[in-house]
Design a binder for this molecule. Structure first.
Ligand SMILES: [Zn+2]
Length: 421
């Protein structure tokens, strides 16, 4: 679902006052004395790592927010770097492939890597926690509390916990539900020895799925093709009427096979048409709204097909309800409103809200090939209602008003574009 990644990007682009945390520098300099004394050795190591790294495939998207990589800003040991203008992440311009990660983190049980973070004894370990990691834990705690989170009730997982310094600091700040995961066996043993209890767990890079509590695989109502009966429940036959639907059906089946073969905790969600603020201008509702706002005619493809439109916040609520409910594992849920509307009637409704004089025109060049057109999608949402207690709360009229309001206030993002199937 492209819309989801658009939402994530929109989230980052709306964060104006991002507060970032930086480690205090004077204790760091003290700790990293070896930077001076072992300069030659460290330089050799850094060059070796850069050499392996620069043989990996090129990175195309920001590691943090998945937006497109911009042009390189500087080069070090033959590796180019670029700072993401959306989220501020510093990206090395090659992929962190499994091979690369293994060569750094788990070679020789990760002993080599662990040496970078080794304290000579418990006293030094504690000093490192106090000087470097306590301020970070307190920063996190304060930030969460500013957002009215009850920090004691949250669960904290440090992925890539290393020697467990941050885990140790979180525990020392009074948080109880704390754990860490680390790929280097050597580091895990060392961390737990220092922490005095098994807080850090080992995860080989190959076995990462064992720490995943629940995966939601996002499918789509398009997998059903034109309704053979309505409303469409989860048992409706799957029909690949477009390459998009075929790719989604394959993904659904792969998810199912991982659940059946490897006990992977995966639930599948099939949202019927999602709409709402921030949706891409290519989708039908923004297309209609943009046209009705800027001209007296709305050009569309086929007007007769029907769809079941679900408002974005209701869909997000469904994701959360599925994620939070263990009983959803291995199951599939339709997320729709159990109401259908034809594209033509939808356009009339939108025009009535914006520009009642607008004419609606059906254009041949915008139509899908006949056999590819999905005539009717109408969700049976009984299973979601009964098993996860999900119900749509925003009705079409209200949802359209919110979307129109958003597009009106963000016209620069919605230049009139050609309709893309
Ligand atoms: Zn980014």
């Amino acid at each position: 679902l492209g819309y989801l990644s658009e939402l994530i990007q929109a989230y980052f682009s709306n964060v104006n006052d991002m507060v970032k945390y930086g480690k205090p520098c004077s204790p760091l300099i003290h700790l990293k004395k070896s930077f001076l004394t072992d300069n030659e050795k460290l330089l050799h190591k850094a060059k070796k790592i850069a050499e392996i790294y620069s043989k990996q495939p090129k990175r195309k998207k920001c590691k943090n927010c998945r937006s497109k990589i911009e042009k390189p800003m500087f080069k070090k040991f033959n590796v180019e770097y670029s700072i993401c203008s959306l989220c501020g992440h510093l990206n090395g311009l090659y992929e962190d492939t499994d091979d690369f990660c293994k060569s750094i983190y788990t070679e020789n049980h990760g002993k080599e890597y662990a040496n970078n973070y080794h304290s000579s004894d418990k006293k030094e370990y504690k000093r490192r926690v106090d000087d470097i990691y306590m301020p970070k834990a307190i920063f996190l705690k304060n930030t969460l509390e500013e957002q009215n989170e009850v920090t004691e009730e949250l669960t904290y997982t440090d992925i890539g916990a290393g020697s467990g310094y941050f885990v140790s600091a979180l525990i020392a700040s009074g948080l109880r539900k704390v754990s860490g995961y680390e790929a280097s066996e050597y580091q895990v043993n060392y961390a737990n020895q220092m922490l005095g209890k098994k807080y850090v767990h080992c995860n080989s890079l190959d076995g990462i799925e064992t720490i995943i509590e629940n995966i939601i695989h996002t499918s789509t109502s398009e997998v059903y093709g034109s309704a053979q009966y309505v409303p469409i429940d989860e048992k409706h036959p799957l029909q690949a009427q477009s390459p998009y639907a075929a790719s989604k059906i394959s993904a659904d089946k792969i998810a199912e096979s991982f659940y059946l073969s490897y006990d992977m905790p995966v639930s599948t969600i099939r949202p019927f048409n999602i709409y709402g603020p921030r949706q891409s201008a290519r989708a039908v509702i923004p297309t209609i709204i943009t046209q009705a706002l800027t001209q007296d005619v709305v050009n569309l493809g086929s007007l007769y097909p029907t769809r079941d439109y679900t408002y974005v916040t209701d869909t997000v609520e469904a994701f959360i309800k599925i994620a939070e409910n263990e009983k959803t594992v291995g199951k599939t849920y339709n997320i729709g409103t159990n109401k259908e509307i034809s594209i033509g009637d939808l356009a009339k409704k939108i025009c009535a809200l914006i520009n009642p004089d607008c004419k609606i025109i059906q254009e041949r060049k915008r139509m899908r090939p006949e056999n590819s057109e999905v005539d009717r999608l109408l969700a049976d949402n009984t299973k979601a209602k009964e098993e996860i207690g999900w119900l749509p709360t925003i009705m079409l009229e209200k949802g359209l008003q919110n979307t129109i309001h958003y597009i009106k206030s963000n016209t620069q993002k919605y230049h009139k574009k050609e309709y893309v199937i």
